[in-house]
Design a protein. Sequence first.
Length: 522
Amino acid sequence: MAHDYFVANPNDTSVAIVATTTRTHTGRSGAPQKIALTLANLPKRRDNVGATWPRTPSKIDPQNPPWPAFRGYHEYSFAHATMGHRLPTILGKAIDDVIRTLNERSSEEEIIDLVECIERMEGLMTDLSGNANLRYIVDDGEADVALWNKEIAKYFQGKTFMNAPWLVAEAYKYRRLRECFAVSKYWKEYDVFFRQKCDTFSRSQDAVFELSTRFAEPFQKSPGVTEETKLERERLMFTELAQICLWGNSTDLSLLIDMTEEQIKKLQATGGEQLARTEKNILDNNLPQLWETVKGFKDRGGGRIDFVLDNAGFELYCDFVYADFLIQSGLAREIRFHGKKYPWFVSDVTRKDWNWLLNAMVYGHLFHTASDQELRSLKKLGLRWKEYEKGGIWVYEQHPFWCTGFTYWDLHSEAPDLFLHLSKSDLVIFKGDLNHRKLTYDCQAPASTPFHVAIGPMASAAGAPRVCSLRTIKSDVVVGLGDKGDEIAEKLDKEESGWKISGKYAVVSFSEGRPGEKVRFA
Ligand code: F6P
Ligand code: MG
């Protein structure tokens, strides 16, 4: 099937963004209030450009995805609002956070060092708002410097924040933010998003206790019921908790910075009725297939399941609830969690967020209006999960590849060690929107494209693991909607504009991969 789309002009550098910044109390520039976009030669979506998609595999590279990339200057895409408005706003708030820290310090040496971090952040703001070219990353000691600079040198010389593919440009902004601190003396590990991440968990009280009071006691195996009934109960629990884990992704900070507690509560409703209502919003629903696969792990003493994590706080808590069930039920014997090495896309999990959550559950005083019973249940869960970690049943890992601009089509070639590692897993669960964008090359693949086609080598390379993507839809790329997928997407476009960024819809996409085959590298 041939699909014709607008082909972005990769040489178009005519985009300029003018940011009007506010002054904070310190006189430094904070979050820009108004972003005026001057977009000369704004491309229009055109049909019939005569090209055939997808590109043949030998012509695919980060600048030329299998289907046309989304780029910041595509007004019809979420890329435009993100690059032009959301990222400067996020960066402005990050500067405000550092200023708050600065005002709390007393050591002159540390203060001077932090002032320099702020100056670098302001430099980044100028580059982002002025649509500068993507420059190399300085050697700041991170393990991904060579990977980043190789990608920039090979594919993005002379490319800007607005005309490079959105995924790369957005990731690059977070990498540059890291650089602002990594080159410092005292602030290498500073996380400008940490306060916000802790805050969302504290503001999720109802949902947190709804889950802890239900799941603190270990699961009971009811005696005297038939094997069939037991299995059916397990299936129901598996499906419910998979959905809790899925919808835990809908409240991420980068999009919902200004949400009220009421709105958060609504999104986090975890009860059975709410789940039944939202199940119809799972547009590619492979929960039954997922269960059929995972239930087979039990016969061999449980499988190894990997979670490629997304967000900290409440989403991580939901991931833990699901992972706890997988261990207790014997479906999994070992779970490996993959987080980020440094602050990433505002809410993503780092080692510090992981530790914070477990310690906040056991020792924290976050929930002032909670009952003793609620607090006890939270502590009990936290203690059990810490034991898993101590016993090596849960393992936290942070490979540098997860914080690069490469998509997972290149995981096999750019991080062969990680590919080999994942190939030994029985199931790799990718959480969230960004992971889904990276799996699918974040391009304009038709919604009818089968998921296993959209993820390329992550499904087709020898040794590719089974992959499941649990994603609430928060950006443009949508695949796996079946033969009628293009019509479904078109109908939603007409009837519910914004359906691709609202987090109301989701997918549970699944690929069988080629597990058990010997991994081969070119
Ligand atoms: O800035 C857009 C984005 O990168 C989208 O992928 C998504 O809207 C959000 O940020 C991150 O979502 P998630 O935390 O689910 O990956
Ligand atoms: Mg995230």
